[in-house]
Design a protein around this ligand. Structure first.
Ligand SMILES: *[C@@H]1O[C@H](CO)[C@@H](O)[C@H](O)[C@H]1NC(C)=O
Ligand SMILES: *[C@@H]1O[C@H](CO)[C@@H](O)[C@H](O)[C@H]1NC(C)=O
Length: 252
């Protein structure tokens, strides 16, 4: 299997894991090569009746940006101070990414859709004009750590982007990026702005609660991790899959 093919298989595996469907076949030649990481196509088996259907969808985020955002979150999570006893390793979740896509595509500087926000956490970022790296859009979230004091004090205007980033039990993330030609932000119209929507599960920031427990790293992991620890995080992935941050087959 060539590299691009492996990438697509992986992307589709992630996606359909959420849809409870089994993969039948992917990688059918040059059209996929051209589509690169921005779209994916797959034949998916319906687990209820065994029929198959083809799906094709444009991705709102490249593999590179997806990896960068996930790596950044995990780096921040593994290095919190004071150290965390129960920090869980974060993985990409295609269902969250899909809901982020739907919302980002509306180009509205607000959280949504409303009914969804009871169950998931959501943070937004926007930048106008050019930017060097997708990380430019989330650095300000991390900078909020300077205003945050454990367990739950915030001396600045906002700390909730940061506390969501380091919420121990929020072990799933899915984000989407959308270029908006016109978007109303803080009372003025922004042109050609890039909107980032990141959805998190479980939702963090429960009022009055600390984002994580303080202690020796991994000393208070949920039992589902079976005592497995990697770089200060509870991590149940097999060792062989840890070096690529869970993105098997992805070229970075
Ligand atoms: C899967 O099969 C069930 C049972 O036939 C059907 O109700 C459902 O709509 C199918 N799902 C899709 C996505 O085709
Ligand atoms: C960031 O996400 C969390 C969800 O966990 C939410 O409670 C918080 O309000 C968000 N912060 C901002 C500034 O939107």
């Amino acid at each position: 299997m060539n590299l691009v093919c492996a990438q697509l298989v992986f992307a589709v595996t992630l996606w359909t894991a959420g849809a409870e469907a089994g993969i039948v076949a992917v990688c059918s030649g040059t059209s996929l090569l051209q589509a690169e990481q921005l779209s994916m196509e797959a034949e998916v088996r319906n687990s209820s009746d065994g029929s198959t259907f083809r799906v094709r969808r444009r991705r709102f985020i490249s593999g590179k940006d997806m990896t960068a955002l996930l790596d950044y979150h995990n780096r921040v999570r593994s290095q919190v101070f004071p150290p965390a006893a129960n920090m869980e390793y974060m993985v990409w979740d295609e269902r969250l990414a899909k809901s982020a896509e739907f919302w980002a595509s509306q180009c509205i500087w607000e959280h949504g859709p409303h009914h969804f926000l009871q169950h998931i956490g959501q943070n937004l970022s926007i930048i106008s004009g050019r930017y060097k790296s997708i990380i430019d859009l989330v650095k300000s979230w991390y900078d909020e750590r300077h205003s945050f004091s454990y367990p739950s004090r915030c001396s600045g205007s906002v700390c909730t982007h940061y506390t969501q980033m380091v919420w121990a039990a929020s072990n799933k993330i899915g984000c989407a990026i959308k270029k908006c030609s016109d978007i109303f932000v803080f009372g003025s119209m922004w042109k050609q702005a890039t909107l980032l929507v990141c959805n998190y599960a479980i939702k963090g920031n429960w009022v009055g609660e600390a984002p994580y427990k303080i202690g020796r790293p991994c000393s208070a992991c949920p039992s589902s991790y079976g005592g497995s620890c990697n770089k200060n995080q509870c991590d149940s992935r097999p060792k062989s899959r840890r070096n690529t941050n869970g993105f098997r087959g992805y070229k970075q």
